[in-house]
Design a protein around this ligand. Structure first.
Ligand code: MN
Length: 128
């Protein structure tokens, strides 16, 4: 049922493991990238159903990766959830204004993350 492919872009190994394990337990397939550049490339090649995007990354930021993904017709419709340590309201607004489809704060709440993932995957616009 929950077997969609999800791309995780995250440079912190502990966060990556937490997110990947949580998704896999629920039946999702996952692929991962440690940089925005690799994430953009993998998203184009594998066309995941959803992308979880860390904001602070080595190389290009998660926001720049989002812009590149939106500029590519292949990945333009893919929903992207931002994962960020910032809890500031204005930062959250800035991230959503950049064009992300959802927001997950750090420390990561697995329950909240899984709910957000399911909610966005179930939106009619996310269907192929
Ligand atoms: Mn990071």
């Amino acid at each position: 049922m929950a077997n969609e492919l999800i791309l995780i872009v995250e440079d912190n190994p502990n966060n990556l493991k937490l997110v990947r394990d949580s998704l896999q337990v629920k039946g999702y397939q996952t692929i991962a990238a440690e940089t925005g550049e690799e994430g953009v490339r993998l998203a184009h090649e594998r066309q995941p159903a959803l992308i979880l995007m860390d904001i602070q990354l080595p190389g290009i930021s998660g926001v720049e990766a989002l812009h590149q993904l939106r500029a590519d017709p292949v990945t333009r419709p893919t929903p992207i959830i931002a994962i960020t340590a910032s809890v500031m309201t204005q930062d959250r607004k800035r991230i959503m204004d950049a064009g992300f489809d959802g927001f997950q704060g750090k420390p990561i709440s697995v329950k909240q993350l899984l709910a957000t993932v399911r909610e966005i995957l179930d939106k009619p616009s996310a269907q192929p």
